[in-house]
Every structure is written in structure tokens, then in C-alpha cells.
Design a protein around this ligand. Structure first.
Ligand SMILES: [Zn+2]
Length: 109
């Protein structure tokens, strides 16, 4: 993915609107690309930092951002696990149905 494409996804990332594939690609890129990381930092500061300043809460930009990235990675892991689990479940259902049908046929129903 290009820097431009990644940087376009930053607002979506901050709103948690990226799908699993996009999020995975986004996180990989941002971690290895200082340019996009910087852009993310700026947009994060604008979106979240300004709100915190208004609230009067103390705000540690770097800590909050790395927390956000860590959370996103955790979410991504959970979501991909869920997707995998649901695929496995579907396969199990198909196997169960097949076995039941085969059994019914064998038993002559
Ligand atoms: Zn980049």
C-alpha cells in the first residue's frame, strides 16, 4: 500500500472503521513507516488531544498513541480469531449434517 492510501485511512482507523484486512495492513505499515506514523500522531493529536485539553485532563500523546495502537492490535487479533472460529464452526456443522445424512441413508430412513 502507498503512503497516500495509508494516510487516507488514518481517520477511519481513529474511528475504528477499518475492516480486519485493512486494519492489519494499516498497523503493519504505520509501525514500519515513520512518515505515516507521524501523520497518524498529528491526526490523533487533533482528534483526541484537543478533546482532552478541553476536558482539562492531562494528556501524554506518545503514551496514548502507543496504547491506541496496542489496543487496535488486540482487537484485530480477537476479530481474526472470531472469523477463524466461525469458519471452523461452519465446517463442523457441514460435517455433522453430512454425517447425519449418511447415517440416515445407511440406516435406511
Ligand atoms: Zn508510509
Amino acid at each position: 500500500m502507498t503512503h497516500t492510501a495509508i494516510q487516507k485511512e488514518i481517520p477511519l482507523f481513529l474511528e475504528d472503521e477499518l475492516n480486519n484486512a485493512e486494519l492489519s495492513e494499516f498497523l503493519d505499515h504505520v509501525e514500519n513507516c515513520p512518515e505515516c506514523k507521524e501523520e497518524l500522531t498529528i491526526q490523533f493529536l487533533v482528534l483526541v488531544g484537543m478533546q482532552k485539553l478541553e476536558d482539562g485532563t492531562t494528556f501524554n500523546l506518545n503514551a496514548e498513541l502507543s496504547e491506541l495502537l496496542k489496543d487496535a492490535k488486540k482487537r484485530l487479533k480477537i476479530r481474526t480469531t472470531l472469523v477463524k472460529t466461525s469458519i471452523v464452526l461452519r465446517i463442523l456443522v457441514v460435517i455433522a449434517l453430512f454425517t447425519a445424512t449418511a447415517l440416515a441413508v445407511t440406516l435406511g430412513y
